[in-house]
Design a protein around this ligand. Sequence first.
Ligand code: AMP
Length: 214
Amino acid sequence: MKIVMLGAPGAGKGTQAKMIAAKYQIPHISTGDIFRANIKNGTELGKKAKSYMDQGLLVPDELTVDLVIDRLAQDDCKNGYILDGFPRTIPQAEALDAALEKLGEKMDYAIDVDVPDENIVSRMSGRRACTGCGATYHIVYNPSKKGEYCEVCGEKLILRDDDKPETVQKRLNVYHDQTQPLIDYYTKQSILRTVDGTQDMNDVFAEIAKILGA
Ligand code: AMP
């Protein structure tokens, strides 16, 4: 099963993607996580990506597309995958479709986790990310059982620079300009499914599991 997760930053698509990946035993591929790992490891890609990410802008397509296409060619993607944060632009979606077509494959579902803008900013300010493994929490909706530390690896949790309110508004503008057109793109392919992302995360997940037929 090949799935694309869509939704504004902070809609909870990363959390849902992880839950789907665990249930269906398919890899969760998050471009944001890949960029953050590169930043942490001080790679050339990380250095280039950081300047865009810190400003709430998208990393250019030419730094993003090949990275994902290469990742999808790896063995663990044979039975499908869930893409979280990619594609984020129409050219990225077209490049993905072209790569799939070469393999005689196609995307099965694009799931849009729908949350109105007004909910997003307040949600994002409560988000906490692990400085060690990248796991994400929310101080109200999904708190770590270890308080300010990560349940998974024990490292300190922080409010990411790109989750700060001034950056969030910019990311929302970028989302509406560049990513929202993908809703039409996947509607035309008849694979778009929309879920109400304002619900409790377990209810959102139940809706998605129903769509995926489990
Ligand atoms: P995320 O963790 O998915 O919210 O991504 C964090 C940041 O990484 C975004 O605000 C972008 O700067 C960058 N990023 C992640 N995925 C992409 C992508 N597909 N295209 C361009 N930039 C991306």
